[in-house]
Design a protein around this ligand. Structure first.
Ligand SMILES: NC(=O)c1ccc[n+]([C@@H]2O[C@H](COP(=O)([O-])OP(=O)(O)OC[C@H]3O[C@@H](n4cnc5c(N)ncnc54)[C@H](OP(=O)(O)O)[C@@H]3O)[C@@H](O)[C@H]2O)c1
Length: 349
């Protein structure tokens, strides 16, 4: 890292109320400490922006420790090693840091970084999307939690989003029938026209319940749920006996304080013998190879499509978060922090 360029990071200044506000976070300059033994210094190239980071800004009950006020925002980054005090990596290596930060450079323990093995023709950003946690979330949620099988009637919410679009395609590749729910005609047309969904429901202009009844008069076997609230309830109320819900996310509740309500008629779980299972991709990462062995060929063969939405500039992090929560992101939300090195196929494994 050129020391003449100041190191910058986003710090959490206070816990947001509702949508993230410019006063909640601050972009500050920082002076890196000397690199510790067994650590590497990474020049961050891309940062993954995820709905869950809004949860981390709060102190509600959650699956990781909340980010402390005054600390750097946490996020997964892809970057280039610039300095190494570990045998594992050398300067120039491309790595992914699951517990990186919203910052221009990050020091982490070498054992918590993974080397990126680039595939010819596949952009580096895919390591944060279809071949990163996004694709893994979709794969584990659809195959392991949802246990999708041929002939299932499946509904995916936030279906045109990063996770949902891949989850729906995986269900199609496994022989299921898939209806996606998304906001707006353009997103719905993408799902049916480009991704092979059987149908799509525009929840902004259509009655979700009525449309579900029309597409699935015999009910729904599997719900891959990303949104929560009224959309989840409409699907839940139509789950068949022995139906399943892979509860991936509840984005409609992330900006609210306090508990988030579930479906009104809890007894349906008993009467219909439903299985509702929440999951977090981090628990499944030890088995990532199994997922990637299926996802990577689909990507290379063009059987699995995805979009990366890259907003350039660390300073645009809040704007990018707003895009996510208003549905104005067009694919996996990624912040571009610094230029990518030239791709050398010889360096790829
Ligand atoms: N369990 C896990 O391990 C895991 C991992 C990654 C992500 N997730 C979850 O997966 C979901 C999707 O995440 P992603 O990263 O793929 O983001 P994304 O779907 O690419 O972007 C979020 C989308 O959610 C929709 N949305 C936002 N606010 C909404 C609201 N109030 N009501 C209805 N829809 C709303 C918008 O799509 P529309 O324009 O269609 O409304 C927006 O484009 C999130 O719930 C996230 O927390 C879970």
């Amino acid at each position: 890292m050129n020391n003449a360029i100041p190191a910058l990071r986003w710090q959490l200044n206070r816990r947001p109320k509702g949508a993230v506000n410019p006063e909640d976070l601050e972009l500050i300059e920082f002076k890196p400490d000397p690199l510790k033994a067994e650590h590497i210094r990474i020049r961050n190239i891309h940062l993954s922006l995820d709905p869950t980071q809004r949860i981390w800004m709060s102190d509600r009950e959650q699956y990781l420790a909340p980010i402390q006020v005054g600390s750097v925002m946490r996020g997964t980054t892809v970057g280039e090693v610039t300095e190494s005090r570990s045998e594992r990596f050398k300067p120039g290596d491309l790595v992914i840091a699951g517990m990186g930060g919203w910052e221009t450079q990050t020091d982490i323990e070498a054992k918590s970084a993974s080397r990126i093995r680039r595939l010819a023709g596949v952009p580096l950003t895919a390591s944060l999307s279809v071949l990163g946690n996004t694709g893994l979330t979709a794969w584990f949620g659809m195959t392991r939690i949802g246990q999708v099988k041929a002939g299932d009637t499946v509904v995916v919410s936030a279906a045109a989003g990063a996770v949902g679009s891949i989850a729906g395609q995986i269900a199609k590749l496994r022989g299921a029938r898939v209806v996606g729910i998304a906001g707006g005609q353009a997103k719905c047309e993408w799902l049916t026209g480009q991704l092979g969904f059987d149908a799509a429901i525009d929840y902004k202009s259509e009655d979700v319940g009525e449309e579900l009844d029309r597409h699935y008069p015999d009910g729904i076997d599997l719900n891959f749920e990303n949104v929560g609230g009224a959309i989840m309830e409409a699907v839940f109320n139509r789950l068949n006996t022995f139906g399943r819900m892979a509860l991936c996310g509840m984005i409609s509740g992330y900006e609210k304080d306090g508990p988030v309500a579930g479906p009104e008629d809890f007894s349906r779980i008993l009467m219909r013998r439903l299985r509702i299972e929440g999951f977090v991709v981090l628990d499944h990462l030890p088995h990532a190879k199994e997922a990637l062995d299926e996802l990577a060929p689909w990507v290379v063969n063009g059987q699995l499509r995805w979009k990366d939405h890259v907003e350039p500039g660390l300073e645009n992090a809040l704007h990018a978060m707003q895009l996510l929560f208003s549905g104005r992101n067009d694919g996996k939300m990624i912040l571009g922090i610094s230029p990518e090195p030239a791709f050398s196929s010889g360096a790829a494994a």
